[in-house]
Design a protein around this ligand. Structure first.
Ligand code: ZN
Length: 297
């Protein structure tokens, strides 16, 4: 029986994944790899078929509500299938005979744990984290001080130069893109999954702003604009464009450039990070329909 945890640290994440797997025999739970500090990067999948869609979250330590959102959605999907009850008026089960819904709720489990419990959660990288620690900045990076969403191979060199101009030259709580593109195991794990499964489209969840980023530079793949309209009208979120330090190196950017298929960054909630857990129910209610449509379209 699902209960939403108050906080999604590593042990709660494991409990949720195992609980879902135990409750729903048709759900496949596994991992796509391990983080820097050796934590599994869990994946959940439901349905079968050539086509797949990917929803992922937890890129940034302070944004763990995104991971909770995807677990909650996974549970809603499973319950809909198990009971034959439509989800947001969509007969989810009928789609799952010809498509797979892939969820990676927490791409950066070390970052989440470091954000919630401090540098000692980084294991053998504890000193790296202590050296990079800045009490004024939320910890969003992985255990090696690399911002996973700056580590993807899309305009990475340009991003590196922009980082340097901003004084970011090494491990940091956020915005350091690493030694090379895809230097981090978390990045490689997600890229590996995409190269293998080639999802039709992908959504990456961050916080905050109630915005949806949908292009890489001026590039928008076929279907991207149509999906954007559906996502914005079902959620009330608004379309947005990246700039400056956020213009390259992100998962969405890499996915669009590599596959020429739609990818979106969805900034959940509104306020200041970390969003308070009390905001979760409202975020979920606002995004339930968009998540369902993203899974079946
Ligand atoms: Zn983020």
């Amino acid at each position: 029986m699902w209960t939403t945890p108050q906080i999604l640290d590593d042990s709660a994440l494991r409990r949720c994944v195992c609980g879902l797997r135990d409750d729903y025999a048709f759900l496949t739970a596994g991992s796509i790899g391990r983080s820097r500090a050796g934590r599994p990067i869990f994946s959940l999948s439901i349905g079968h078929g050539e086509k797949s869609v990917l929803l992922c979250g937890g890129f940034h330590g302070s944004e763990w509500l995104t991971a909770l959102l995807l677990l909650r959605f996974c549970e809603a999907l499973c319950r809909s299938v198990q009971t034959g009850t439509p989800l947001c008026e969509v007969d989810v089960a009928s789609y799952l005979t010809r498509r797979e819904i892939l969820l990676v709720p927490c791409v950066n489990p070390d970052g989440t744990e470091i954000f919630l419990h401090g540098p000692q959660a980084a294991g053998r990288y504890e000193q790296t984290v202590r050296d990079a620690w800045d009490p004024r900045t939320l910890w969003n990076a992985n255990a090696a001080g690399v911002d996973i969403n700056h580590n993807f191979d899309a305009g990475w060199q340009t991003l590196r130069e922009t980082e340097r101009e901003s004084g970011i030259t090494g491990p940091a709580p956020r915005r350091y893109g690493g030694e090379t593109a895809e230097s981090e195991p978390e990045t490689r794990a997600l890229c590996g999954l995409c190269r293998k499964r080639k999802p039709q489209h992908a959504l990456a969840f961050h916080s905050q702003g109630e915005e949806i980023f949908w292009r890489y530079g001026k590039t928008a793949p076929p279907r991207a604009e149509a999906l954007l309209h559906i996502f914005t009208s079902s959620s009330g979120y608004v379309p947005a464009e990246n700039a400056g330090l956020y213009a390259h190196g992100g998962f969405k950017d890499w996915f669009i450039e590599t596959f020429c298929r739609p990818a979106f960054t969805v900034e959940i909630g509104k306020g200041r990070n970390p969003l308070p857990p009390e905001d979760f129910e409202e975020i979920w209610e606002k995004l339930r329909e968009m998540l369902t449509l993203a899974a079946v379209l």
